[in-house]
Write a protein that binds this ligand. Structure first.
Ligand SMILES: Nc1ncnc2c1ncn2[C@@H]1O[C@H](COP(=O)(O)OP(=O)(O)OP(=O)(O)O)[C@@H](O)[C@H]1O
Length: 101
């Protein structure tokens, strides 16, 4: 965790977003169930981003030069992050939409 938090910009950015969303949870006094969904979504995105970072590092270590397969592997790994982030946004909309209508 410390390596990711101190070196990876994507993880740092997502951690800052997690702090903002946590602040929103406190401000809107969301329910226990909503906290569980929110904490799970945050943890899921950070974990997948961490794995994506590991895949990128592994690819760069194994094959530092340009290669179509390396590009494909990195794109698939980044796609996993996009999936996790998309569903985290959907969870956030479900939680916070009622507070804005
Ligand atoms: N060695 C390579 N061969 C082919 N394509 C690559 C290679 N390295 C990167 N790419 C392409 O560039 C994209 C970005 O790769 P990169 O490793 O720079 O990730 P990144 O998202 O910029 O990560 P970070 O900013 O965390 O280093 C990949 O998804 C892939 O499409």
């Amino acid at each position: 965790m410390l390596i990711l938090l101190s070196t990876e910009h994507a993880i740092i950015t997502q951690s800052l977003i997690a702090l903002v969303v946590t602040g929103a949870g406190i401000y809107f006094n969301i329910s226990r169930f909503e906290w569980i969904a929110q904490i799970f979504a945050i943890g899921f995105v950070l974990a997948i981003e961490g794995l994506n970072t590991a895949v990128e590092k592994l690819c760069d270590f194994i094959h530092p030069k340009f290669h179509n397969k390396i590009g494909f592997i990195k794109d698939v790994s980044a796609g996993a992050v996009a999936f996790a982030a998309t569903f985290a946004i959907i969870i956030a909309v479900f939680i916070y939409y009622p507070y804005f209508i």
